[in-house]
Design a protein around this ligand. Structure first.
Ligand SMILES: Nc1nc2c(ncn2[C@@H]2O[C@H](COP(=O)(O)OP(=O)(O)O)[C@@H](O)[C@H]2O)c(=O)[nH]1
Ligand SMILES: [Mg+2]
Length: 220
């Protein structure tokens, strides 16, 4: 179905401050947006459902985590027969205007992941450190050179999604996808993107994130 060739999957949890801008900008570069509401308690869903844009909102009432939301979005994108599935965060840290660059880069890869590590602007220290450590450990585990393991701005060729589907529900799902892709010998490329951290608060909880990552490292 060529109408839904390029699909964006945007998981969100209480993002009413920025999600309207994210989906409005994203809609310029994709055929369809699948927004996955992971039990938000604010007005995010209401706000985007009123926009006159090609958006499907899915999800259920409870907060299950980013991995669970990604999985739901992936299943929908597969069902709709899309060619590209692009994931981006709902807090404007991933500039939608780079989507054409991701698509261009996909000529040589099955998965293209945003790489914030060359960017001059700064990540908060703890996020930079955790990213360096997890990227290093995942590189060791997979034998790939993983430049930015935690970036959620990614392009997937939809045909490979069923083979890398995540079994974890939290943020660790994004690390698991890299491990699953390495087992499938898929080609992973990286695209330099800016690092954007404003006033938004990270929803990542360090303890859960570390436990989740260790599970991926040792049990996948
Ligand atoms: N589905 C889902 N998405 C979440 C959850 N927590 C955060 N997100 C989304 O995941 C993205 C990244 O989260 P964020 O807190 O910005 O992490 P950071 O910027 O990497 O520190 C944002 O688009 C959030 O809306 C959650 O519990 N469920
Ligand atoms: Mg963020």
């Amino acid at each position: 179905m060529l109408n839904n060739k390029i699909v964006a999957v945007i998981p969100f949890f209480n993002e009413e401050e920025r999600i309207v801008e994210v989906v409005t900008k994203t809609a310029k570069y994709v055929d369809l947006i699948i927004a996955v509401d992971d039990g938000s308690m604010d007005k995010s869903s209401d706000m985007i459902s009123q926009l006159n844009l090609p958006i499907i909102i899915i999800g259920n009432g409870i907060n299950e985590g980013k991995g669970s939301a990604l999985k739901k979005g992936f299943m929908k994108s597969i069902e709709l027969n899309s060619f590209f599935t692009i994931t981006l965060d709902a807090d404007l840290q991933h500039p939608p205007e780079l989507i054409p660059q991701f698509i261009n880069e996909s000529k040589n890869f099955d998965i293209v992941i945003g790489n914030r590590r060359k960017s001059k602007s700064d990540m908060p220290t703890h996020r930079r450190l955790s990213n360096q450590i997890t990227s290093f450990l995942l590189s060791k585990k997979t034998d790939y050179k993983i430049l930015d393991s935690q970036c959620g701005y990614r392009l997937y060729k939809t045909e490979i999604l069923k083979n890398i589907m995540t079994s974890f529900n939290g943020f660790e799902a994004e690390s698991e996808i890299i491990v699953n892709a390495s087992y499938q010998k898929l080609k992973i490329g990286f695209l330099t993107i800016p690092t954007i951290y404003g006033t938004e608060k990270s929803k990542m909880r360090p303890f859960n994130a570390i436990i989740g990552f260790l599970k991926v490292l040792f049990f996948r």
